[in-house]
Each structure stands twice: as C-alpha cells, then as structure tokens.
Write a protein that binds this ligand. Sequence first.
Ligand SMILES: *Cc1c(COP(=O)(O)O)cnc(C)c1O
Length: 396
Amino acid sequence: MFTPGRPYLAIPGPSVMPDRVLSAMHQASPNIYEGALVDMVETLWPDLRLLAGTRHNVAAYIANGHGTWEAANTNLFSRNDKALVLATGNFGHGWANSVRGLGVEVTVLDFGRSSQPDWAMVEQALRAEPNFKAVLVTHVDTATTVKTDIVALRDVMDAVGHKALLAVDCVASMGCDRFLMDDWGVDVTVAASQKGMMTPPGMGFVWFSDRAADRCATSDLRTPYWNWTPRAHADEFWQYWYGTAPTHHLFGLREALTMILREEGLPQVWARHALLARTVWAAFEGWSTGNPAIRLNVADPASRGHSVTAARFGMPDATRLRRWCEGQGGVTLGIGLGMSTPEDPNADGALRVAHMGHVNPHMTLGALAVMQAGLLALGIAHGDGLAAATAVVAQG
Ligand SMILES: *Cc1c(COP(=O)(O)O)cnc(C)c1O
C-alpha cells in the first residue's frame, strides 16, 4: 500500500546490486576477439584469486550455483568414486544429490538444521572409509544459516591422515564471511556471482588447488564443457568460457571486484557483514524477550553465517510477517527453506533475513524496523528488537 520507493530484496540471493555494477553493464556489445574486453578479463583472474585467498587456479562458468556444483563434481570424480558430504541444511543435501546423480557413491552425514558438524562423527566416518575421494561441505548453508568451521574440518582430516580432497561451497559466504582457501587447506571452492559478489546470477567460479588438479587429472566424469583445465589455463580467449563470454556480466563483475577488493578492502567487507549480522541477531534476541516463540535458528553465534540469518516464529507468524513486510513495507524477506516439519509443513514458522553484498546499516536497520512495525501491526507479541539492533550499530 505504501510501497512505492526503492524496493529492498532481503532474500539470500540474488542480493542487492550496486548501481555502479548496473551502470558498468549498460554499454554496447564489445568485441570478444580482441581489445578492451579481452584485456579487462585478464585483470579479473588475480582479483578472483585474491577474493578466495588462493594462489592456485580459478575456472569460470556461465552457470548458477548448481552449475558450479556440477563443474566441481565432474572434475573431482570418476564414476563409482566415493564422496563424503557433511550436510547442515538444504544446500548440503543439494550438493549430495548433484554428485549422486552423476554416479558417485555418496555418504551423507546429516547434522540437522541448527548446528555444525559433530567432529567425532566426521572422524569416525573418515576412519571407516579411507577411499573417499573428497569431502564436500557447505561453508554457510543458506537454508539454515549454519556456518561450518572449515579449519576444524581440515584439522580432523589431517588428524586422521585422510587423503581426501576438501571441497567447500562458498556460494553464500564468498565476499561476506572470512574465507582463506590456501591457509585453511581447501582444495576446491565454489561460488556464484549473485550473492556476496554483487553481480547478477549467471556466473559461477571454481577455484582448485594444484593438488586437486593432479589428483583429478584422470577423472572420467569430466566432459569438455565442464573441464576446468582449459578454463583455468586458456590459450585462447574463448576457452575461458568454452564459447562466447558472458560479456555484460564481466563488466559488472569488474566493477564489483573493484569495490570489494580495491576500495573497501576484503577485511573491511568481512567486518561490515559481521556488524550487520550482529545487528540482525540483536533484533531477534530483543523481540524474543517478549515472545519465546521468536528465536534465532542457530543458538551458537560462532556457528552462524554473516550473510543471512534464519529465525523461527510461532506458526504461521513468519509467513504473515513476510507478507506484511512485502505488502506494506517494501521489504521482501526470505522464506524458511527446508524448515518444514510435520507440525509446520509449509515452514510458515520460519523466515530468513539476508544481509549479504551491497548492504549497510541503514538498509539492515530499515528492514528490521519494518519487521518490528509488522509485528506490531499483526499483533504478534515481541520485545524491543530495534533498541538492541540500533545499540549494536551505535557501538560499531
Ligand atoms: C544459493 C546457493 C546455492 C545455489 O545457487 P543457485 O545459483 O541458486 O543455483 C548453492 N549453495 C549455496 C550455499 C547457496 O547459497
């Protein structure tokens, strides 16, 4: 009713895009054989390595996050290889399904929807099967917003002396949560353009270590299109994409990487996401003081992602609140993904607030203020979340 003005999409991807990224894309089609575009793309590779914290290889694809899973899978595995997947939400199961569909033998350890992997169970699984070719894990599972401690996982793998490669889905965390691929001993990292990377959906990235390149040189699921080797070491420009380059996405990506790496700087980008995450958590904690049904999905702050926050309400209050915020406040919140239960089959008691990418305190506080207005308007009991949230921003 009062929603003219700039709409705010606070779902976990696609995220808010900077006007500068959009403007950079607004130009005529470039020559894809020589000239400015070809020169510019050479500047992207070192920046993409910097973003992931690696000196190793990066392959880019015209693909969404699901496409990058398949890109990683086809290079990592041969048919009948074994994979161990640590699932902390829908996206872990999604990656497991993606790799299982290729004929890989998948073992899934399901850690539920609110906590990190249990390291004793992971250790037991690794000891029981020395032939896992790779361990796949989601850094931040966007459905539950659980963040997994990748350093702890590496430590477990090293303690067992397991030779599996470590592959991490950073679609929801790249450019949001601290991630250091080489320092943390990660072999394969995947991410997509439309979340922390602030660019439209349609580009995916797979970073891979030299060790992974060696160990996967004979993987028989590899197909010409998904093969990461020529993409990472192209002799001719077309090989980076195995065809026409995603021209306008590249203009946008160049601008986004400039903003993240050369202007704000990655440590500050991480600090901003951490602040906004704490702001959102404080709001929920404040609201819960007046209504015990309102609570954060992940109890342990160290196990929460910094890009998106999942929360529970009494059913169906999360859906009522989402609808009110979109219809009356111009803010679109995320649905409760993979949160259905027998009592709440439509996950009407769960929602997510995204705080990823091009966001700042006025945007996050604005979304939270609309949410508090919605709680008031709908007669949903709540404490003063806004007082707590604004205090976090005030302290910085
Ligand atoms: C969004 C997301 C995906 C899937 O990406 P799509 O672009 O929707 O295919 C996979 N993993 C994680 C962690 C995500 O957040």
